[in-house]
Design a protein around this ligand. Sequence first.
Ligand code: HCA
Ligand code: CU
Length: 366
Amino acid sequence: MLGLIDSTLREGSQTSGVFFSLKQKMAIASAVAAIGIEELELGVATCQDPDLPALVAACRELKHRPRLALWCRCRAEDIELAASLKPDILSLSLPASDLHIRKRLNKTRRWVLAHLQESVQLAKASGIKKISLGIEDSSRANRQFLNELIAEAVSVGVGRIRFADTVGIMTPNETSDLIRFYKQRYPTLELAFHGHNDFGLATANALSALEAGADWVDVTVLGLGERAGCARLEELVGMLTLVKSQKKYAVDQLSMLCTLVAESAGRSIEGNHPLVGSAIFTCESGLHVHGLLADPASYEPFPPELVRSKRTVLLGAKSGGKAVDGYCARLGISPGSSLPALVSMVRQRATELGRPLLDSEIRCLA
Ligand code: HCA
Ligand code: CU
């Protein structure tokens, strides 16, 4: 694996209802870079984005300077504009499925191949050193044509192929097969994967791609992006760091990054949002509280402090004796032989109220 590509400022900006100001984009880029993400896709190179020159310039000064990428349709004026901004890598995009080629663009497969060649030549002649080809709708493409397109890309000097599962229909096994197949065919070609979350599988597919040998996968903070969005940066960074023991990402900054992006995007973060939700270390059920008291690892995949969170035990309708006793000890109360009675009062009161109890309510019952 070479790294993660954060596309919050490109794909994430496409999310319906989301608009980032230049100032917000700069803050997001800097926070993503601080996590240790290797590449930032900063936006779509078109004359309709007046922020791009200032954003690229600001990102050049970032402390943990990630590679800077721009995304571009295969249009001469866009390619020239992109080249004038001197990104480290330019992601050219072309579709591979007949649905996109014929219905959306009203073109042919032959046109795609020819257009690829012209666009890559133009990009190179304009000074672009590294070119990635984003293959839109790879997952619904005719496989023979996909082979042809990749062979053509390689022959004209594209250094990276990025497969886009544009409508999020792939499964982890299919993703893994796809990457393995092309890695075997082109061992030295960089392969990347861009997955959508239409069936909730984007992060799983991204991880599968990496495990199958993909060099790069795309992520966005909070999974922002078209429709159900993309693979979530926080989930992948969390998995790679806290389970797969990679040392390159600062997981303790995920929560700050996600809060910044949520505020900028006008979104809220669900309590149970993986890695950064406010309630992911809150426990109420008797069985789990008992386990946590014996050893937190029994019901926590990692200590909350690693993501700057903390464990919270609540007493409510699902609490057991151990939990009530432990909770009372923290409040300086020792129920002794009244413990069973107190447990049933706690459960009953919480059921009546339809929520866990406050410290003051527990004191009163005790
Ligand atoms: C889109 C395009 C894209 C492209 C991905 C890529 C997709 O906005 O629809 O260039 O790698 O999902 O196909 O994001
Ligand atoms: Cu996309």
